[in-house]
Write a protein that binds this ligand. Structure first.
Ligand code: ADP
Ligand code: TRP
Length: 323
């Protein structure tokens, strides 16, 4: 029986998601459910490298699940689970560690960057790419769609798989990277890349008042109502591009070119578009937030499906290495 293309992706439950995460990653992950068999998980073990607070981890894991389900993750079509509900991945992590040269990890950007910024490092952070390799290889993933920051990790996975296969035979499936060249970097309210760590985010869900405050904070130039304005480098316009079609953008460009309106008006247009865009999902989100047992059941069902695949693979791997 030939298996359809298996696409695997994970997200860390590390904080409130924003529209940058949505357009950069979540939307594509949801859409990939039509391109192959999607395996998607909440990377709870990985989050332990930075989250040391039990309640915070549990709350973020639950909210990540709620957000993904609300935005269209289909738990019947796809396999959607919490990483730590399939502990077999840690056994593979250990086995792969013995095929991972120290030098490979020492060259890891994400570890090096954190160390350079003076963040206290630990072994979890250092060996994080081996756990990511285990995630990918345990499920015989064919394609791993990633953003630029994760390319090196998938390349390391390929290196590790190669070393393992050279020693034991063709046991592990070689994953292919899929980097989406069209993934724009969504600007934040200050014009820099939108990021939790820069305090420049715009939320997708939550109190309307909060989202309005965030939108009103967007930095623009200081042209007055009666001035003609340029849309080309305007942060408000750039964010509108995410929500509008061509005709709507042309109409907006005309408003920029016509004296009489100010940036406050354009920001209110953007705010309406954000609210309209996420409103259908917000209702579903409310539902899941109020029905946590249902969310738990969905994740348990996903873990059961994932674990079945994991257990049969780890058996082959244990046998191959002599355990
Ligand atoms: P943050 O920078 O807010 O901490 P993460 O690093 O947790 O976000 O990113 C989670 C996912 O969202 C990654 O796949 C990343 O590429 C994507 N992402 C984050 N910020 C943006 C952005 N401003 N534009 C596009 N994609 C983004
Ligand atoms: N490291 C990824 C991130 O921080 C999350 C992740 C963990 C992942 N395991 C993975 C992504 C396996 C793709 C495949 O965004």
């Amino acid at each position: 029986m030939s298996q359809s293309t298996r696409i695997l992706s994970g997200i860390q439950p590390s904080g409130t998601i924003h529209i940058g995460n949505y357009f950069g990653m979540i939307k594509k992950m949801i859409e990939s459910q039509d391109d192959g068999e999607l395996f998607a998980f909440i990377a709870s073990y990985h989050a332990l490298t930075s989250v040391k607070d039990k309640e915070f981890l549990q709350k973020n894991t639950f909210e990540a699940a709620v957000n993904f389900l609300s935005l269209g993750m289909d738990p019947e079509k796809s396999t959607f689970w919490v990483q730590s509900d399939v502990p077999e991945v840690l056994e593979l992590y250990w086995i792969l560690s013995n095929h991972t040269p120290m030098g490979l990890l020492e060259r890891g950007h994400s570890y090096k960057d954190k160390a350079a910024r003076g963040i206290a490092t630990n072994h979890g952070l250092f060996s994080y790419p081996v756990l990511m390799a285990a995630d990918i290889l345990l499920y015989d993933s064919n394609i791993v769609p990633v953003g630029k920051d994760q390319i090196q990790h998938v390349e390391m996975t390929r290196d590790i798989a190669n070393t393992f296969n050279n020693n034991y035979g063709e046991i592990l499936t070689m994953p292919e990277l899929k980097v989406d060249e069209n993934v724009q970097s969504v600007p934040g309210t200050d014009g820099a890349k939108m990021s939790k760590s820069y305090g420049n985010t715009i939320d997708m869900f939550g109190p309307k008042k909060t989202i309005k405050k965030q939108v009103m904070k967007i930095i623009t130039d200081s042209k007055e109502l009666e001035d003609v304005k340029e849309y080309e480098n305007c942060n408000v316009y750039k964010l509108c591009e995410l929500f509008m079609n061509n005709d709507e953008l042309i109409e907006l460009q005309q408003r920029y070119a016509t004296p009489g309106e100010g940036y406050g008006h354009f920001k209110l247009t953007l705010l309406d578009r954000i609210n309209d865009h996420f409103a259908p999902y917000a209702q579903k989100r409310e539902y899941y937030l109020n029905n946590p047992d249902e969310v738990k059941d969905i994740l348990a069902h996903g873990a059961k499906k994932a674990r079945k695949v994991a257990q049969s693979k780890i058996k082959i791997i244990r046998d191959a290495v002599g355990l």
